[in-house]
Design a protein around this ligand. Structure first.
Ligand SMILES: *Cc1c(COP(=O)(O)O)cnc(C)c1O
Length: 463
């Protein structure tokens, strides 16, 4: 499988190349040159199979030429056979006649990001050992990516990870999940700014090609294709369990950087009969507004009860736009130039229509988020986290056909956002046993100004 950049001016790479590169050298994002196509028979064969086996079937075509079947199988067994605490890995929970939750929080750091980052750490190990190369990983986190990436990379031989988070804007559990990892190859940095500032610092380091080559920089944010790829799998397992391909399934996805829902769009492109893909956002609703008005315009990030979605500029949206624009890289370069110059752009009419044909969107503010958590708890005793609640709110608004199963992705464990959950429901969700002492563990982190020179100096110091 070969990968091409959405901006059309970087070299084609194989899976090993895109995994180690992250952001393309022309500033674009890598996407597969073409998608594998799965027959109805193949999708039907996924029913009842262990998660790791379906993962092999789904991922194999994307890594072909870079990983042997035996190596891939071993990595998938180690990831999904052992690192997740639920035997189904991604269990479905039925909430209503045709309403389902897909619980994606049974991994080591209690959010869906473990699905990709547990695997990505193993890819890094494998490819760096093969090349005899060292990697510097730089990421920005609104909370959950950081801990999942650190957990995936801690103690790995050839990898040093620098993780930026917006100072005082992640929950205490989220921060401690990162800062209590004391291995020497893990550096936590609190940036005096918001998540978009952190993400801009990361982008600036990647766009400085000299610096990038000097330190062997790579990305763990969902600009890294391997992240999106790993997330395609649970659309297939859940849809097959609910009757696909002999029946359509709809999904609602709590969305920030557009990685998770983009994986659903890819699954659909591979032949999975997905009826609706609903983008659920909190108050930071650039995507919902874009869908409505055709105008993609950031207007500042607001802190909400669902901090992992407090994002304005959704990097993976560029991957979708590339498809909306008929894979014309010149169109993407023009849009992105406008975005840089004017902090926004207007989608062409044809591109907007293509967007509306594939997605619906809705937003939930904090009051609605809390109400959904409270109502669900009262009605069923189920305790959902605030991100999941944003999803449920949007699913209720956007569902156009109650005869089609609607699966809302439950992206985090409620104990990760304990304060918001307790305020809404009166229940104090407990952390699983392996993190029971998290709040008393030693922390290690440094604080930096929102300044790329200071960041690069700190990374060089560690070389
Ligand atoms: C990262 C995250 C999201 C948003 O996912 P994207 O792939 O960035 O759209 C939603 N919920 C939780 C709990 C997350 O950690």
């Amino acid at each position: 499988m070969k990968y091409i950049s959405t901006r059309g001016e970087a070299e084609k790479l194989d899976f090993e190349g895109v995994t180690l590169t992250g952001l393309a050298r022309d500033g674009g994002l890598y996407v597969p040159e073409e998608l594998p196509q799965f027959s109805a028979e193949k999708i039907r064969s996924f029913r009842g199979k262990p998660y790791a086996e379906v993962a092999f079937e789904v991922i194999q075509p994307f890594v072909a030429g870079s990983l042997s079947d035996a190596d891939l199988k071993a990595m998938l067994d180690a990831t999904y056979g052992k690192a997740f605490r639920h035997p189904a890995v991604a269990p479905l929970v039925q909430l209503g006649a045709n309403d389902w939750l897909l619980e994606l929080f049974h991994g080591p750091t209690l959010a869906f990001k473990d699905f990709a980052l547990q695997l990505l750490g193993r890819f890094f190990d494998h490819f760096t050992a093969k090349r005899g190369q060292k990697l510097t990983i730089l990421g920005a986190t609104s909370g959950d990516t950081g801990s999942a990436a650190i957990e995936g990379c801690r103690g790995r031989d050839n990898v040093t990870i620098y993780m930026l988070h917006p100072k005082d804007r992640v929950s205490e559990v989220q921060r401690r999940q990162m800062t209590t990892v004391l291995e020497d190859n893990v550096v936590n940095i609190a940036v005096e700014g918001n998540f978009d500032d952190c993400q801009a610092l990361v982008k600036a380091c990647f766009n400085d090609l000299d610096f990038r080559d000097r330190v062997g920089l790579t990305a763990v944010n969902s600009i890294n294709w391997a992240r999106v790829m790993a997330q395609i799998v649970y659309y297939f397992t859940s849809a097959a369990a609910l009757g696909a391909p002999d029946r359509e399934i709809s999904y609602t996805v709590p969305t920030g950087n557009f990685g998770d829902i983009f994986a659903g769009y890819i699954a659909k492109g591979m032949g999975l009969p997905i009826r609706q893909l609903v983008i659920a956002t909190n108050k930071n609703d650039i995507l919902a507004r874009t869908l409505q008005s055709g105008s993609y315009r950031a207007d500042g990030v607001e802190a909400t009860l669902s901090p992992s979605m407090d994002i304005q500029v959704s990097s993976n949206f560029e991957r979708l736009m590339f498809d909306l624009a008929g894979r014309d890289a010149a169109e993407i370069r023009a849009y992105m130039d406008t975005l840089t110059a004017e902090k926004g752009f207007d989608l062409k009419q044809g591109h907007l229509e293509a967007l509306r044909a594939s997605f619906a969107a809705s937003q939930a503010d904090d009051a609605l988020t809390a109400k959904v958590m409270a109502d669900l708890y009262k009605a069923s005793g189920y305790v959902a986290d605030p991100h999941t609640a944003v999803g449920l709110a949007s699913a209720a608004v956007c569902n156009t056909d109650p005869s089609v199963p609607m699966v809302t992705l439950s992206t985090a464990h409620p104990a990760k956002f304990g304060a918001a959950v307790t305020d809404a429901t009166g229940v104090n969700p407990t952390l699983p046993a392996h993190m029971a002492d998290l709040l008393s563990r030693e922390e290690r982190l440094i604080t930096l100004a929102n300044d790329v020179t200071a960041l690069q100096a700190r990374i060089m110091q560690g070389m």
